[in-house]
Design a protein around this ligand. Structure first.
Ligand code: ATP
Ligand code: MG
Length: 326
């Protein structure tokens, strides 16, 4: 990941004071990557991870909802954008992260640095041709791995559907490596597919990314009902949250939709709402975590940080935060 960060932004990501970051940098002897002026010192992802380890290693609590999927069978709700921002900022915070790109469009892989025509091994080769998982993993940076995707995965549905325990293949694949990561974060394609059913079964938690527009509510009802009945068939309970995205604060209809979401889905709707913001589009175009380029008062940065810290907190306090539907 070709990104760098200034001290003030690092302090905001870590929710600590700039002085603490500054002291950690001095204690660890970390050098900035640019030093044109003393006010423009910037640090790599690797440095950020060392600083977090130094400041928080002893207070980090174990993650209990390690495997999470960003899900919605409606296209364009912001699954990949939020999946990218969450996984990169978790990596910056020193967590061990595996990003799984399960969308043949490969947008997450592309954002994490792969060329659009990249044609190496994917989940297709692993689930259909028994390629060992580790042979397909790429390292984004120390402690941050990617299982990439490409267009060849569109062929996965037919052979996957004919396998026994076809919805459980991914869970069985991930179970043995779960201990190697704090978070396994999956991006999905906008369909109801056997591959996406695998993602649901493998997940400890489903993060439904929902737009805050009037026509989103009906689609969401169908999605949640389908998901609950799928989990019933699998004899397990869904654990999900709804992330309201593209919220337009000044629009009455968006406020109504948010109110309706909270009425219908209660505490499953995160208070960490992500506002509509040009910085998210810019981040996608630049292939950068928002923290690498935003101004410190950026709404997108604030919202992504709220989201990341909410997901961390809820993943640590499984008994307090589960949104299980009976
Ligand atoms: N909070 C936001 N503010 C502004 N634009 C956003 C926001 N979230 C996502 N977008 C934009 O919406 C578009 C769709 O986003 P994205 O590709 O993340 O959706 P998706 O759900 O992954 O789509 P698909 O279903 O095709 O995989 C992109 O142009 C992205 O930049
Ligand atoms: Mg996507």
């Amino acid at each position: 990941m070709n990104a760098s960060f200034n001290q003030s932004i690092l302090a905001q990501i870590m929710r600590t004071s700039p002085n603490s970051v500054s002291r950690a940098i001095t204690t660890l002897g970390i050098e900035p990557i640019e030093s044109e002026t003393s006010h423009n010192k910037r640090y790599t992802v690797e440095s950020a991870r060392k600083i977090t380890d130094h400041l928080f290693a002893s207070t980090k609590r174990p993650i209990k909802q390690c495997t999470q999927v960003f899900y919605n069978f409606k296209g364009g709700t912001g699954k990949t954008s939020l999946c990218y921002q969450v996984s990169t900022h978790l990596a910056l915070l020193g967590f061990r992260v595996l990003a799984l790109d399960l969308d043949p469009q490969g947008h997450l892989s592309h954002a994490l640095g792969l060329a659009e025509d990249w044609n190496g091994p994917t989940i297709y080769d692993i689930l259909i041709h028994d390629l060992p998982l580790e042979d397909a993993l790429l390292s984004v940076t120390d402690g941050f791995d990617l299982l990439p995707a490409n267009i060849s995965m569109t062929r996965i549905e037919v052979p996957l559907s004919s396998k026994t325990k076809r919805e459980e293949k991914l869970r069985l694949l991930l179970d043995p490596i779960k201990d190697q990561y704090d978070f396994i974060i999956m991006d999905t394609n906008p369909t109801i597919s056997t591959l996406n059913m695998n993602a649901l079964v493998a997940s400890d938690r489903v993060n439904i990314v929902c737009e805050t527009q009037p026509f989103s509510l009906n689609g969401l009802r169908v999605l949640v009902d389908e998901m609950i009945s799928f989990y019933e068939d699998m004899r397990t309970e869904p654990n999900y949250c709804i992330i309201p995205n593209k919220y337009e604060i000044k629009t009455a209809s968006a406020q109504e939709v948010l109110g309706a979401l909270r009425n219908q889905y209660g505490h499953t709707v995160l208070s960490a709402v992500v506002r509509k913001s040009e910085d998210i589009n810019v981040a996608n175009k630049k292939h950068l975590p928002i923290a690498a380029f935003c101004k410190s008062k950026s709404p997108a940065f604030e919202d992504v940080m709220d989201l990341v810290h909410t997901l961390i907190e809820q993943s640590q306090n499984i008994s307090q935060s589960t949104n299980k539907v009976a």
